[in-house]
Design a protein around this ligand. Structure first.
Ligand code: NFA
Length: 102
């Protein structure tokens, strides 16, 4: 609501505390066929990582079965998943990409 202060200035006061919107992790999943070099390039191009960071993330996915590439608001995470899946499909690779609430 609004209230006047002693200068007569009208200030907005936040009294309804809204939760921040949920954030979403975007994950890559390991498979036996997608080339390591393709995965590194995906992480660089879609998640804005340098080559060294992208290589480390790729190796995490390869070792653990999945790995986190970034955390984003819902619409951005969803768009990244779709762009990565489309890119992988067009290249003939089975790479999977998913999002989950952080
Ligand atoms: N496991 C794949 C290979 O050995 C590499 C890979 C890493 C695939 C991360 C998918 C995700 N060629």
């Amino acid at each position: 609501t609004k209230h006047d202060n002693d200068n007569g200035t009208v200030l907005a006061r936040q009294e309804q505390k809204l939760k921040p919107p949920p954030m979403y992790q975007v994950l890559l999943l390991n498979d036996d066929y997608t080339p390591m070099e393709f995965v590194v390039a995906v992480i660089q191009e879609y998640f804005n990582k340098d080559r060294e960071t992208a290589t480390q993330i790729m190796l995490n996915v390869h070792r653990d079965g999945k790995g986190m590439c970034g955390v984003y608001p819902k619409d951005i995470a969803s768009t990244k998943v779709e762009l990565v899946l489309t890119h992988a499909r067009k290249a003939g690779h089975p790479l999977q990409c998913v999002m989950e609430e952080a």
